[in-house]
Design a protein around this ligand. Structure first.
Ligand code: HXC
Length: 513
């Protein structure tokens, strides 16, 4: 028996060495952790259970018969993250560049299938040269098996992807099908075709970092939701994300204990500037309203005119969507509509109530916006709110103009409780623009046109730049003092705790993609 035990121990050690000490050293030199080190950081101490440690590739082409690695370049298994079941795979770049082949893909599919059957999140730690070139179509098939499972699992279990190294070619599409992507600055990149192909086809000179590094995808393309300073930061972000989401679509997100106290927040009374055209940072409103230091901003550097993220309110996990008056006056445009819509749909899929802060002057005008389909893209956000059945509450802090009033979680499209601050202005458009249109003749014929415009502007503002017309109709449920906001929100979400709302029976809707 001792001999057999020794043999087993030898195999375990061989598997743990992956591609060998030299390659592990090279990985560390690049500032990267190994696949196993990452899993150790992610899971609660000692809780990770590996599966398929001894799996090997089957191909014998191009010398692969002489080079066999236990585990086939990916570590897969399950364990506990803050005490909750999570499945994970972690690609091992030291083995054939973490390339994905038949056996490698089968291991990933196995844990995805288990995750679906057991209703728990899957985390992918990606670090791979893509399809294993020696295995040909079998590698491509392996990717497709994963894509298929990603899609079936979408909306059933949360799927998170951390990009810890290269992620190129079709390999990018598995992360793209998951709910959140995190990238590590300077050591990870994602692109469909790399700099060399780009140079050949478009004659552009671009580095891998510029083309598909973390900052590029965080700020320009919006492909990644988080750009993390290093791998430890990325893993901490994964844990934070997991803490806000339920294990599957049938469950509620974990709730922290909360002892009610004085919920009045005086500071909120002083955030809105006297001048309605002056900006302020909506993050201050979010920070004052939600539980201290709980706001986890998603897509922070992309379409900054809308702010989205997770927070806690009296211990309950909520999704926050807020116009940002300090960037482009908080207008809705193509990118902010897409960003908002994606977040709303995630929250709705996973039973996370939605809190909306509204201060929006409307949709952004211009050829750039029209030609980039603000119509279709704006409709995404509208559609996402319309079909959301989770508890939904809105606070109008200042402007709620035009179509954006309808879109930003108005009562008309299914919001449950709508509050407005006394500073709210709810109208078809701003007073100046309105006066210029409806009093055009009177203004042009006046002896002093500028004075007439001012007079008519004031007249319109007096009538519409307030929340009272909306409150009279019941479009706003209550006009509240800003300092009462937190207390009202806690009460509203408590009241909505058992909300049941069903959409009409259908195969699926047709969101304007
Ligand atoms: C087999 C691979 C590999 C791959 C890397 N390796 N990528 N082996 N298939 N796809 C091996 C290398 O041969 C090398 O082995 C080891 O991994 C480390 O690679 P290096 O090149 O030394 O590392 P580095 O300098 O860090 O460069 C990393 C890299 C580069 C940028 C990822 O390896 C690379 O360009 N690889 C090819 C990328 C690619 O074109 N993949 C296919 C994409 S298309 P040794 O033994 O020398 O250490 C695709 C289609 C998917 O993925 C379609 C799904 C729909």
């Amino acid at each position: 028996m001792q001999e057999k035990l020794n043999q087993l121990q030898q195999k375990i050690e061989e598997a743990k060495l992956g591609g060998g000490e030299k390659r592990i050293e090279a990985q560390h030199k690049k500032g990267k952790l190994t696949a196993r080190e990452r899993l150790e950081l992610l899971f609660d101490k000692g809780s990770f259970q590996e599966m398929g440690m001894l799996v090997q590739h089957r191909s014998t082409n191009f010398g692969l018969d002489k080079q066999k690695f236990l585990g086939d370049g990916v570590v897969t298994g399950y364990g506990k993250v803050a005490g909750r079941l999570v499945y994970a795979f972690s690609q091992d770049f030291t083995v054939l560049g973490g390339s994905l082949a038949e056996a490698h893909a089968e291991k990933i599919c196995k844990i995805m299938d288990l995750a679906m059957k057991n209703g728990a999140p899957v985390i992918g730690l990606n670090d791979s040269g893509g399809a294993r070139i020696q295995e040909g179509v079998v590698s491509l098939g392996g990717y497709a098996d994963i894509f298929y499972r990603n899609t079936l699992a979408s909306g059933v279990i949360p799927q998170l992807s951390a990009i810890m190294g290269p992620c190129a070619g079709g390999a990018v599409y598995s992360p793209a099908l998951t709910d959140f992507i995190l990238m590590v600055e300077n050591t990870s990149y994602m692109f469909v075709t790399g700099p060399n192909v780009v140079k050949t086809v478009t004659n552009e000179d671009v580095t891998a970092e510029e083309l598909g590094g973390a900052d590029t995808h965080a700020a320009k393309s919006g492909v990644t939701h988080f750009a993390c300073a290093n791998e430890v930061d990325a893993i901490n972000h994964l844990k934070q994300l997991i803490s806000y989401v339920p294990s599957n679509c049938e469950e509620e997100a974990p709730r922290l204990a909360y002892i009610a106290g004085n919920e009045s927040r005086e500071k909120l009374n002083n955030i809105i500037p006297e001048n309605p055209n002056q900006p302020y940072d909506i993050r201050e409103v979010i920070a004052e309203t939600t539980d201290s230091d709980t706001f986890l901003e998603v897509h922070k550097d992309y379409a900054e005119n809308i702010v989205v993220g997770f927070a806690r309110l009296a211990g309950r996990s909520i999704g926050v969507v807020a116009n940002q008056p300090s960037v482009l006056a908080g207008v809705l445009d193509v990118n902010s509509s897409k960003k908002g819509a994606r977040f709303v749909r995630f929250c709705d899929a996973f039973n996370i109530p939605l809190l909306v802060f509204e201060d929006v002057p409307g949709f952004l005008p211009g050829t750039d916006q029209e030609w980039n389909a603000i119509i279709t893209n704006g409709a995404k956000l509208l559609y996402a709110f319309c079909e959301a059945t989770v508890p939904r509450v809105t606070v109008i802090t200042r402007k709620a103009y035009g179509g954006a009033y309808d879109v930003m979680n108005s009562k008309h499209i299914g919001a449950d409780m709508n509050f407005a601050w006394p500073s709210a202005e709810i109208a078809v458009m701003g007073a100046k623009g309105a006066a210029e249109i409806i009093f055009r003749k009177e203004i042009s014929e006046a002896a002093d046109s500028a004075a007439k415009l001012k007079e008519k502007e004031a007249e319109y503002a007096e009538l519409f730049a307030n929340p009272y017309n909306a409150a009279v109709r019941g479009y706003v449920d209550e006009i509240i003092k800003p300092d009462q906001t937190r207390e009202r929100l806690i009460r509203a979400f408590e009241m909505l705790e058992n909300k049941v709302d069903n959409l009409p029976k259908k195969r699926h809707g047709n969101i304007p993609l």
